[in-house]
Design a protein around this ligand. Sequence first.
Ligand code: B4P
Length: 190
Amino acid sequence: MLNLVLFGPPGAGKGTQSNFLIEKYNLVHLSTGEILRGEISAGTALGLEAKTLMDRGDLVPDAVVIRMISSKLDNNPEANGFIFDGFPRTTAQAEALDNLLNEKGTSISAMLSLTVEDSELIKRLLKRGKDSGRADDQNEDIIANRINEYNNKTAPLKDFYFAQNKLSEIQGVGSVDEIFSRLNIVIEAL
Ligand code: B4P
């Protein structure tokens, strides 16, 4: 199986690149951000809990997202592999993911980490906020909080995957096609 963690700060291009990668490699796309927004639109209890946190730019509790990913893995027993987009975001999530995949006799193939400087992230997210109306993309303080959450809780996961010899860093600035080519070079070398 090809199991990829697509990694990077908010606005790095994870969701954008996932859409191309799932098509090319026939993978199942698991975006915790998308799943959570689906719960919010459906008005579920989980969605209501998540909305307050997401609107502030805080992370949703580990137990909630781990449960979501576990059930999505169970629901896709025939998958060729998965793209984990926006998950894991904490060490507890990364450890849980290793255990869940291990139970299924598989593991993460690589972490592809997109590198983009903060000023570019803020520009991209504010633009998406105007186009999409997403509450967490509308305000610079909320975006700064998301970047802060990333730096404090999520960025350390690079060390976690580096220690497993699975980290590849990819320059995330350029055209969407250029970045897709850079990702393909790394994936094809796996
Ligand atoms: P996510 O939905 O994961 O949001 P994101 O990180 O902002 O999106 P992404 O990084 O995929 O966006 P993209 O770069 O593609 O999470 C939202 C919230 O959900 C979190 O803050 C948290 O509260 C919660 N959450 C999600 N997962 C969680 C977890 N595991 N644990 C706890 N909480 C969790 O796109 C950004 C913009 O850039 C787009 O408009 C795009 O068009 C543009 N763009 C992309 N590539 C570009 C390029 N090359 N050049 C110019 N613009 C580009």
